[in-house]
Design a protein around this ligand. Structure first.
Ligand SMILES: [Zn+2]
Length: 118
């Protein structure tokens, strides 16, 4: 799961589970830190334009930032889903009301107009 988390290819549920677990489980956190350090080192070494500076290499804050980013991403995604669901429900309700109105079961349009026709 660690490589997937670092590359951001985990599913939302997996990411959520992983973040929760890593905050509770020392062993996995250490593993994550090691893995993250290796990946960072490789990417720094591959990128010759960035001079490698060991003193500015703060693994823990880097990792904390990564976890925070992923948590924020999850929250944003979830909000978007809720928002979409609300629109979907509103659209469905409106459609059902319109269908009922068209079929004459329930006269929404006249109901909305203060039931003047009754
Ligand atoms: Zn663990």
């Amino acid at each position: 799961m660690i490589p997937g988390f670092l590359s951001g290819t985990l599913h939302d549920r997996e990411t959520e589970y992983f973040i929760e677990h890593v905050q509770l489980c020392e062993k996995c956190r250490e593993q994550l830190e090691t893995q993250c350090m290796i990946e960072q080192t490789i990417s720094i070494l591959n990128d010759k334009s960035i001079p490698y500076d060991a003193s500015s290499f703060d693994m823990r804050s880097l990792l904390a930032q990564l976890i925070e980013d992923r948590t924020e991403e999850l929250k944003r995604k979830r909000l978007k889903t809720v928002f979409r669901l609300c629109i979907l429900i509103a659209t469905l309700t409106l459609s059902v009301l319109l269908i009922l109105d068209m079929t004459g079961i329930f006269h929404v349009t006249s109901y909305l107009g203060g039931m003047r026709h009754y």
